[in-house]
Design a protein around this ligand. Structure first.
Ligand code: NDP
Ligand code: HSE
Length: 437
């Protein structure tokens, strides 16, 4: 079985190391030896440490490598939309099998890859694209195919989970925790994709597509990152027996017209400490799946890093290689349900809202009136002196309101109106609440 490896960075280097260390076992499991036909990189002269490969295998021409007749399987660990999409479409149309970790491409245009795989007759596997080492996509795409998945709730970004866990443990603010994540090598030099939720949104799209047999793309996912989560939010969550996590939530939902839809969103949320995802700390990932017959399932492990991700890549390489030797291919994409994606405004959520208000008669009534006008029911109200101090009547007060479940649009309209009241000095923070309290 001859492999073209596209990319030899954090993940690609580990793929090569594991291929070398385990070559005899992998050959036995597949029924044929795995050989590297070539390795495409951007900079041929880059120092790659002591990688156990022949330097003559490196090339800067991925397309020529893919087109070679002696290549059976293309492993793509470069990332990004183009030129990766063109390479993989070319490989798949030519009947090669493809293994990729490229969540951004799968979420942007997975359909193009699936269509090309169907045309060429090879396999398209991408276990490493979501939650790194955790076997998650194969269970969704195979093991749970006899069941009806209703909801997938996950922590699928290690960098943001590290930052939020550090804020929770030490009381640090976002900037300080991000600095620590960068120093320890969790956050990249440009952390935008992680902290703004783009990485998690891509993974949410992939999970929703598999769970609900529907093509869901990154553009269908509501996304909010963690940059505005403050130390005060974390403290307030703690006071309520909660913690804050960046959640990816994909769920079946019935729209007001009675049609079944899917709702897919990524945003920070308060969850109670009793929720199974609350104890997922550090840079770990975990995904909680709910299905009609199976009930609740939890997948947990390392969601990033060279070796954990390479483990998932190699698992796919073994699977597609076995299929090729047996002259079969895995079941193709399952998108028959084609459910509409529900707009975020219709998603049912709860809000935790912190307000800085004037402390005088009638303020609570005015604030409650805004909620009532938007048909949002208040669950709890907590008031204290502004800044947690000991100010008396006539000064400002901190008001923390937690709502019952309501459509997101109604909650957003409530917050907009609150911001316009002169008795509301500021809306200090707005966070969604998930998982029951
Ligand atoms: P790196 O940046 O470490 O490596 C990228 C590799 O691609 C490098 O070897 C680079 O070459 C090569 N490359 C870049 N552009 C080109 C090009 N135009 N032509 C040929 N080669 C090119 O990325 P990672 O290993 O971290 O990530 C790879 C993929 O895996 C991405 O899709 C990422 O999202 C995904 N992933 C990564 C995880 C992680 O923890 N790192 C976890 C899960 C998924 P050169 O070495 O010469 O610079
Ligand atoms: N940047 C990603 C994370 C890498 O922090 O989880 C894994 O996809």
């Amino acid at each position: 079985m001859r492999l073209a490896l596209l990319g030899c960075g954090t993940v690609g280097g580990e793929v090569l190391r594991l291929l070398h260390e385990q070559s005899a076992d992998l050959a036995a499991r597949i029924g044929a030896p795995l050989e590297i036909a070539g390795i495409a990189v951007r900079r041929i002269g880059r120092d790659r440490g002591d990688l156990p490969v022949d330097p003559a295998l490196f090339t800067t021409d991925p397309l020529a490598l893919i087109k070679r007749d002696d290549v059976d399987v293309v492993v793509e660990v470069v990332g990004g939309i183009e030129p990766a999409r063109s390479w993989l479409v070319e490989a798949l149309r030519a009947g090669k099998s493809v293994v990729t970790a490229n969540k951004a491409l799968l979420a942007e245009d997975g359909g193009a890859l699936h269509d090309a795989a169907a045309e060429g007759g090879g396999d398209l596997y991408y276990e490493a694209s979501v939650a790194g080492a955790i076997p998650l996509l194969r269970p969704l795409r195979e093991s749970l195919h006899g069941d009806r998945i209703t909801r997938v709730t996950g922590i699928v970004n290690g960098t943001t989970n590290f930052i939020l866990s550090a804020m929770d443990a030490t009381g640090a603010g976002f900037a300080e925790a991000l600095e620590e994540a960068t120093e320890l090598g969790y956050a990249e030099a440009d952390p935008t994709a992680d902290v703004e939720g783009f990485d998690a949104a891509a993974k949410a799209a992939i999970l929703a597509s598999l769970a609900f047999h529907t093509r869901v793309g990154a553009a269908d996912v509501y996304r909010a990152g963690i940059t505005e989560v403050t130390a005060a939010d974390v403290a307030s969550a703690k006071a309520m027996g909660c913690t804050i996590k960046l959640l990816c939530i994909a769920a079946r939902a019935v729209d007001p017209a009675g049609r079944e839809t899917v709702s897919v969103r990524v945003h920070p949320a308060m969850i109670p400490l009793t929720h199974p995802l609350a104890s997922v700390g550090d840079a770990f990932n975990a995904v909680f799946v709910e299905a009609d017959a199976a009930g609740q399932l939890m997948f947990y492990g390392r969601g990033a890093g060279g070796a954990p991700t390479a483990s998932a890549v190699l698992g796919d390489v073994v699977a597609v290689s076995r299929n090729r030797l047996a002259g079969v291919r895995a079941a193709s994409e399952s998108a028959y349900a084609d459910l509409p994606v529900r707009p975020m405004g219709e998603a049912l959520t709860r809000y935790h809202i912190s307000l800085d208000v004037a402390d005088r008669p009638g303020v609570l009534e005015a604030v409650a009136g805004v909620f009532a006008r938007h048909a949002v029911s208040i669950a709890t109200v907590r008031q204290g002196p502004a800044g947690g101090g000991s100010a008396g009547q006539g000064e400002d007060a901190d008001l923390v309101i937690v709502t019952h479940v309501a459509p997101d649009a109604a909650l957003a309209a409530t917050v907009r109106e609150l911001r316009g009241l002169d008795i509301v000095r500021s809306v200090a923070s707005v966070l969604r609440v998930e998982g029951g309290l």
